[in-house]
Design a protein around this ligand. Structure first.
Ligand code: FRU
Length: 513
């Protein structure tokens, strides 16, 4: 009997990642989100699928864990789950840093950069020349190409391809627009709160198309614009123009808004009044998200964001790396009572990360909690700080309900729903290490009106919590830095009892082992 118990315990242990390499096993090190092995990262760049590989480039400082010497780090994956980090792709040169941008597959060799007329990769990025003496800093748009599946890159000899002699002009997102057979670039004029559109037939010569701006939230600087088409669940499609703001986002610091409308190859037209402000993510920690170029037509659009906020990004208590990406999310549009909105959910491949689970469904909170407590699998799952919780909670008479996770001795992260306010929230004020910045401890909230019950999918990965509510209508992303022993998880309620709780807790495999 003892032997059987031992075997069972070993089976449970081995279904977790006992073999995480030391380089990826520090406190707070994400186990299924991308983070560089060492050093600083911010925005994802140049997301592109090519020849069976997903490429994730990222703003990267090859020399340290603070912003500086910006280059494009590089990682590849065949499944969007397991990433292999490669040497930096585009490096600072002659004091010119490589800022954010995008990458395309030039399948028809429109650029004449592709050897042997085979498809090649072309990156379009901002070159940043810092202030020199009395000369102000300059941002220009540049291109580089690779004929070996992104392993090595050549900067175009006649860079820059766009130069407005401006200090702030950055973050080009380029995509192919089939109806006009042109490359389209969306690029930001950050201080004017405008996105400028250009077109090109060869990725080198760019013609001005139009400006879109001074709409929605026009505070701070506008950065990282992106225009992409999304299917609408009820049929048809719309164009989404997404823009990063820093500072001035809804939760403070950096965050992203979007507009929904039409694009005719020249101009973006907003379907909503210019004053309508929509947010892609209601947490503090999803910025400069980017979708993949080059995905096969039958795959849904996939987006990855930088999981941080400029308010405190340089102070995060992690080492030897600083910065990580969100889990890849599939995007679509769906009609809500307020109109068509962006929906997002973790990509379906997430299922491959699931190991063991506990079904803690119950009629009462107490029943759910006793199921969680009595299963010895629960603590095996939660002590890893890498898990997924999928639940649907019927309102019943509860005024507020939800989950307390990563909990111990007063440390807790709360994911809850306040029925009276119609508001979903993450409260990380007591989530562990919060004192490294006065802007970190916070309670983030999202307006969400649902009737009867609330569906939640919560991803936890050592130093992050991502919440997807009501079938993907709301996404909330939040960093947290709990102590190792904060392993308890429980449902809670206030002011009454939920009618039913269905809840499944999944342990996750590490993608590093
Ligand atoms: C956004 C951003 C971009 C810029 C990059 C520099 O986080 O400020 O606008 O290209 O970071 O690292």
């Amino acid at each position: 009997m003892r032997f059987l118990l031992l075997l069972a315990a070993m089976a449970i242990a081995s279904s977790f990642s006992a073999d995480i390499p030391a380089a990826y096993d520090q406190p707070f090190r994400p186990q299924f989100h991308f983070s560089p092995r060492e050093h600083w990262t911010n925005d994802p760049n140049g997301l592109v699928y090519f020849d069976g590989e997903y490429h994730l480039f990222f703003q990267y400082n090859p020399f340290g864990d603070k912003w500086g010497h910006m280059s494009w780090g590089h990682a590849v994956s065949t499944d969007l789950l397991h990433w292999t980090e490669l040497p930096a792709a585009l490096k600072e040169e002659n004091g010119i840093m490589i800022f954010t941008g995008s990458a395309v597959v030039d399948s028809q060799n429109t650029s004449r950069f592709c050897i042997g007329n085979k498809p090649c990769l072309v990156a379009v990025y901002t070159g940043y020349t810092p202030q020199r003496g009395s000369l102000p800093s300059v941002q220009t748009q540049n291109v580089a190409y690779s004929n070996d599946r992104g392993r090595t890159w050549t900067k175009y000899s006649r860079n820059p391809v766009l130069d407005l002699h401006m200090t702030d002009f950055r973050d080009p997102k380029v995509f192919w627009f089939e109806p006009t057979r042109r490359w389209i670039m969306a690029v930001s004029l950050p201080n004017d709160h405008k996105v400028r559109f250009y077109s090109s037939t060869n990725l080198k010569n760019w013609s001005f198309l139009s400006d879109y701006g001074l709409a929605g939230a026009a505070t701070g600087q506008w950065e990282c614009p992106e225009l992409f088409e999304l299917p609408v669940e009820e049929g048809g499609s719309r164009w989404v123009l997404k823009i990063g703001l820093n500072p001035g986002a809804r939760q403070g610091g950096s965050g992203e808004q979007y507009f929904i409308g039409q694009f005719d190859g020249k101009q973006f037209k907003n379907d909503n009044p210019a004053s309508t402000t929509l947010w892609t993510d209601y947490g503090k920690d999803c910025y400069c998200a980017l979708t993949f170029n080059g995905l096969p037509a039958n795959r849904p659009p996939v987006m990855i964001g930088w999981m941080s906020n400029w308010q405190y990004a340089t102070s995060l208590p992690t080492s030897p790396w600083r910065g990580q990406m969100t889990f890849p999310r599939r995007l679509w549009l769906s009609r809500t009572r307020d109109g068509i909105r962006v929906f997002q959910k973790p990509i379906n491949m997430i299922e491959q990360l699931r190991s063991v689970h506990v079904d803690a469904s119950g009629r009462l909170v107490a029943e759910t909690n006793s199921k969680l407590k009595s299963s010895n699998i629960t603590s095996n799952i939660t002590k890893q700080h890498t898990f997924e919780l999928i639940s649907t909670i019927g309102f019943g008479t509860a005024r507020e309900f939800g989950w307390r996770i990563l909990q111990q001795n007063g440390v807790v992260t709360v994911v809850g729903y306040d029925r009276n306010k119609g508001s979903l929230f993450i409260d990380r004020r007591h989530s562990g290490l919060v004192g490294f910045s006065p802007q970190f401890p916070s309670r983030m909230d999202a307006p969400l009106r649902v009737s009867g019950s609330l569906e939640l999918e919560i991803l936890v990965d050592r130093s992050s919590v991502e919440v997807f509510a009501n079938g993907g209508q709301i996404a909330m992303t939040s960093l947290v830095f709990p102590p190792a022993e904060a392993n308890a998880i429980e449902a809670y309620t206030r002011g009454g009892n939920p009618s039913t709780i269905s809840a499944v807790l999944w342990g996750f495999k590490s993608t590093h082992d």
